[in-house]
Design a protein around this ligand. Sequence first.
Ligand code: SF4
Length: 408
Amino acid sequence: MENEKRAVSLQRAQELHEEIRDFLTFKKEYLMDMSMRRDVMSRQHKKDLLAYFDATESDWNDWHWQLKNRISSAEVLKHFMHLTEDQVSLLNEISQKYRWATTPYYLSLMDYEDLTYPIDRMAIPSAEELNDAGELDPMHEEYTNPAACITRRYPNRLIINVTSSCAMFCRHCQRRRRIGETDQIEPNNRIQEAIDYIKATPEIRDVLITGGDPLMLPDEVLESIISRVRAIEHVEIIRIGTRLPVTMPQRITPELTQMLSKYHPLFINTQFNHPGEITQEAAKACTMLADAGIPLGNQMVFLKGINNDKYIVQLLNEQLLKVRVRPYYIFHPKQVKGTSHFAITVEEGLSIMKYLRGHTSGLAIPQYILNAPGGLGKIPLLPKYIQEMDDTHVILHTWEDKEVEIIY
Ligand code: SF4
């Protein structure tokens, strides 16, 4: 009998091995390619960038230096990438419409020979941005703005937008409307108006500080906002939304983490969209935040040509857990003007979510969310697991599409 059980178990283990084999092959090849890119390509790019700016390693590690030397013109970019005259004029044309800039750090991760490489696609404008499909404000944020800097869509939580500034202007940005021509920190009187609104609204227990990117603020300005929010008795938790661990990890300094750790419970959500963004520098930034006791979540956006691939999403989420970031949400891309080339269908998103279940741990499976147009809130999207149900029974599908029935 024991032998029979073991034989069945071994047979099942073999089936499970078959099920994961293709992913393991993909992972091995992908990680090999990634480490080649890092060890050879990015290292060389960094050297070239330091030489171009006549800068040192310690400049590179200073976020102020990274910001001051952002690359935002085709004329500078063509020192590094081979751009044709047509590409230069296209970049100039798009710059008139949508701002673009990338940190030297993020530029060092790109493939200079292939603008379709996902890291390039997230940073370098493409002709497709001139397609005007979509809206600038599909979420109607302007109609969910009861006080300066505030967006309120839910009964007991809200957002304070403290700046329009970001380290890099992502080509897929879902909040393009807020990323203006200038880097603008909200003036203190408007921030105070937001804080007064929260104070006067006792049901608000959860405040998300975002932007733009709130970590673009100097430590003392950020602390003055966080400390005022923390002083409000009914605010239970504070959240910060930032992509700086990805686009400018140098911003995560010991001074910043030490300051943030004074205001627990404080959570940070970031946005890694591709495994190529999890570099040693990004991993170090995440580790520093986690060591400061800050739970980290990731809010990926499904983006065509970047991560609309089941193995990429699995690898990204598994690698994120290794650097102590919990995959929290995957957002379905909104219909934002200038980003239609990143759109995928809900059907495609659901098929990736369906694959993840069973093929990776639950910790690596975030919730797939569609933000309802018009600011009507988040809608969770789930593959169809329930086939039918009534008072007497339910018929369900397992991750392998086996049908099971439970009779009450
Ligand atoms: S960091 Fe966020 S808000 Fe800023 S440009 Fe990128 S996606 Fe948009």
